[in-house]
Write a protein that binds this ligand. Structure first.
Ligand SMILES: [Zn+2]
Length: 215
């Protein structure tokens, strides 16, 4: 099994055991897409969007799989919806990429509205970067950094108190159980940190150098 196949098996298990875990569905879709298994990738991207309709990056990936399968009309529809979501949330990177793909498909570049509209940020213009955050203008920043280091500062600047709470109360425990992590081991701690960053949307998922030990 290649490293990617191992990770696919791992996330397939996770998505089966926790079908409502948007991140597991998203990661599985992304890995399948990398392996050019676009049909199945589309299934998991759609599932992710059912769970998290504001996860703008997923529209982009879904459209890219649809383009790979020559489903041009479906891709255009996906990109138009995704552009609107990304624009409203202020997710500039996926928004601009989806605009570029629409132009490649012979469409006009859609107009940006997000910037012209009233500020979408909450208190003091705070904008939560977690891709699945649904709070928009109700997002509240954390009162203090959760860790006394650079990462703690980054989390406080970018992640709202509610999303941090979801990670701490719910998802972190699930990750430890699902991936059978032993946090006294340095390699497991690294895996845990990486999963946390992906959960929070502070790091792009990567499969390069993945060495998660499978139980
Ligand atoms: Zn949030």
């Amino acid at each position: 099994m290649s490293a990617n196949e191992e990770r696919i098996a791992q996330f397939r298990k996770m998505a089966t055991e926790c079908p409502d875990d948007e991140l597991a569905n998203y990661r599985l879709g992304s890995l399948l897409m990398e392996e050019k298994q676009h049909d199945e990738a589309i299934t998991y991207f759609r599932k992710t969007l059912e769970l998290s309709p504001f996860f703008s990056k997923v529209y982009q990936l879904l459209a890219q799989s649809q383009i790979a399968l020559d489903q041009k009309a479906a891709a255009i529809e996906t990109l138009k919806s995704g552009f609107a979501v990304a624009d409203e949330r202020g997710d500039n990177m996926p928004r601009d990429e989806m605009s570029r793909l629409l132009v490649q498909l012979g469409q006009e570049a859609p107009a940006k509205r997000g910037q012209a509209a009233a500020p979408v940020g909450g208190e003091g213009g705070f904008h939560c970067q977690r891709p699945t955050c649904m709070l928009g203008s109700r997002a509240r920043p954390l009162p203090a950094p959760p860790f006394k280091d650079e990462l703690g500062r980054k989390i406080q600047e970018n992640i709202c108190a509610d999303c941090w709470g979801i990670w701490l109360r719910d998802s972190s425990i699930k990750v430890i159980n699902e991936l059978r992590l032993d946090l006294s081991r340095e390699d497991h701690q690294t895996q845990y940190d990486r999963y946390m960053l992906e959960f929070l949307g502070l790091e792009e998922p990567t499969t390069v150098g993945s060495s998660l030990p499978l139980a």
